[in-house]
Design a protein around this ligand. Structure first.
Ligand SMILES: CC(=O)N[C@H]1[C@@H](OP(=O)(O)OP(=O)(O)OC[C@H]2O[C@@H](n3ccc(=O)[nH]c3=O)[C@H](O)[C@@H]2O)O[C@H](CO)[C@@H](O)[C@@H]1O[C@H](C)C(=O)N[C@@H](C)C(=O)N[C@H](CCC(=O)O)C(=O)O
Ligand SMILES: Nc1ncnc2c1ncn2[C@@H]1O[C@H](COP(=O)(O)OP(=O)(O)OP(=O)(O)O)[C@@H](O)[C@H]1O
Length: 491
């Protein structure tokens, strides 16, 4: 592709010194990946500044650079006001606007994104549609899985991978869209057909200045809906009307809105909800008709996740009978309310709940189904939203008979200091709790004490198989540790 095409596409013609004949053969944001013919886009990062690596990029063969700061470079230089957003547009163009060639579903909200993604994967696959997935657990193309660093990858990776998905005959892309990604413009230039809002509750206040700022970031997905390069497909915003933030989000989109909920009248609704330890039953009411759902997923929050997936499936013209069969066939999602040994005399559940709202939802569910005592093993991540630490501890303390506070990815912080932030918020005259910084020991402590019919919730890490201490990740899997201790107890 000629550099002039990129320049004219992103409309910055008055800021460029370049030779019309320059051929750009790849785009890179990492100087170490630059090859002969690359356009190097300098990103001002949170840890380092890509502008400091321009010379490295040129030495590696960059024929042009895109910058947002004043620099002296010996190659064609394109100056833009925001390289992250310009990168998103340039990458989309370079890979042939892939998001306009395949139906795209974007899911945003504090909780439920991953679960809904896998419910939708099941529904689309059952309907013989090959899916491509981006999310917290992994990236998937059909049945093949690939690790990814971020829930929503940077624009360059994203556009490149969606182009690959199209080459591999993917019929439907389903992606989790984080508020970070929306705010940083990682998905700027993506043409979504369906945008989903699950809920908003406190999280990520280390990144966003306030809850209003967090919500504003989420609303960008809806503002963006229908602003793509092609308007061939029907567009729809799928919104949880039971969440107070839904009003603002509905105002953010000019597109058709499909609502879902349990309490407010909605296009897709659940009634007569019956929660049990082995699954959930409810009456599903939709614009296509009414049916009974018997799902193996546990908890009211999962009813919401199912309703969201039904609304998306209906907007994608999938018949209700196929939607019902898919929902009823799904056993669960990795690390989400996952039982370590099903039907054991006491239950050990691993769950990704790492926000106050999700922890409360999961503990409320356990309280509804538990026959005896509840143990919770929970911590809070280091270098992340500190304001949620006392809230997490208070919730654990409120719902569990035996709260055990421990480490969860302390990163560069002292685990004991994080635990102090958590427990300082607890009332001093209240019930006993344990503080055991070593996560393995904390899990062991809970399992060794559990009696028949007790439930132990190990919260916060779900599918993760590491513990991040400092800048290093060490192998650690809650399920494996729990299994080891459970087996040890049997012998
Ligand atoms: C705060 C944040 O989001 N940081 C993201 C950001 O990293 P960064 O700003 O630190 O980048 P950097 O390492 O300083 O590098 C800046 C630039 O210099 C370049 N560079 C660097 C070194 C060199 O030798 N040459 C060179 O060119 C880099 O390639 C890069 O372009 O850009 C990276 C590449 O895209 C991201 O992986 C990284 O996410 C980090 C890992 C992260 O933890 N992000 C979290 C907060 C996040 O985004 N989470 C949400 C989900 C949250 C949730 O829902 O739970 C997500 O979508 O993942
Ligand atoms: N709809 C929901 N409402 C509230 N809590 C939920 C909901 N769905 C799941 N949860 C809880 O939140 C946890 C995370 O769920 P899930 O991974 O589906 O959400 P997510 O939005 O992808 O989270 P993240 O952005 O952190 O990856 C689950 O383990 C469960 O405890």
């Amino acid at each position: 592709m000629h550099l002039k095409d990129i320049v004219s596409f992103i409309s910055v013609s008055n800021n460029v010194s370049y030779d019309d004949n320059i051929e750009v053969t790849s785009i890179e944001t990492d100087s170490r990946k630059v090859k002969k013919g690359s356009l190097f886009v300098a990103i001002s990062g949170f840890t380092v500044d890509g502008h400091d690596f321009i010379d490295d990029a040129i030495n590696n063969g960059a024929v042009a650079v895109m910058v947002e700061k004043e620099v002296q470079a010996e190659v064609a230089t394109i100056k833009v006001s925001d390289t992250k957003r310009a990168l998103a547009m340039t990458s989309a163009m370079f890979y042939g606007n892939p998001t306009s060639k395949v139906p795209m579903i974007g899911i945003t909200g504090t909780n439920g994104k991953t679960t809904i993604t896998y419910l939708l994967e099941r529904i689309f696959n059952r309907y013989h549609k090959k899916t491509g997935i981006f999310g917290t657990i992994q990236m998937k193309i059909g049945e093949e899985s690939f690790p990814i660093q971020n829930t929503t990858p940077d624009a360059l990776f994203l556009q490149r991978k969606i182009a690959e998905m199209i080459q591999q005959d993917v019929d439907q892309v389903i992606m989790e869209v984080s508020s970070h990604a929306l705010d940083m413009g990682r998905v700027f230039g993506c043409d979504y057909d369906i945008a989903v809002f699950t809920n908003l509750s406190q999280d990520h206040l280390d990144y966003h200045d306030s809850m209003e700022d967090y919500l504003r970031a989420k609303s960008l997905l809806f503002a963006q809906l229908g602003n793509g390069y092609q308007e061939n497909n029907k567009k729809a915003a799928v919104i949880n009307v039971d969440d107070p933030s839904s009003t603002l989000l509905m105002k953010s989109t000019a597109q058709h809105v499909i609502t879902y909920g349990c309490h407010t009248t909605a296009d897709v609704m659940a009634e007569n909800i019956q929660l049990a330890a082995n699954g959930t039953k409810f009456t599903l009411k939709t614009i296509l008709g009414t049916t009974e759902i018997h799902s193996k997923l546990i908890g009211k929050f999962n009813v919401y996740n199912m309703l969201a997936s039904v609304a998306v499936a209906i907007a994608s013209d999938i018949p209700l009978v196929d939607i019902k069969e898919s929902l009823e066939s799904i056993e669960g999602v990795k690390g989400r309310f996952e039982s370590v040994i099903p039907d054991h005399k006491y239950s050990v559940i691993v769950d990704y709940a790492h926000t106050p709202d999700s922890l409360e939802n999961v503990l409320q569910t356990i309280q509804e189904i538990a026959e005896r005592n509840i143990y919770v093993v929970v911590g809070c991540g280091g270098d992340r939203d500190k304001t949620k630490r006392p809230l997490m501890a208070q919730i654990a303390h409120k719902y569990a008979d035996y709260p055990i506070f421990t480490s969860d990815n302390p990163r560069t912080e002292d685990p004991e200091a994080i635990l102090k932030d958590m427990t300082d918020g607890l009332p001093s005259d209240s019930k006993q709790y344990e503080v055991i910084a070593d996560r393995r020991q904390a899990i062991r402590y809970a399992i060794q004490r559990a009696e028949e019919k007790d439930v132990i919730l190990i919260a916060g890490k779900g599918h993760e198989t590491y513990q991040q201490i400092g800048h290093k990740k060490y192998d650690f899997d809650d399920r494996e540790v729990a299994l080891e201790v459970m087996r040890e107890r049997e012998n």
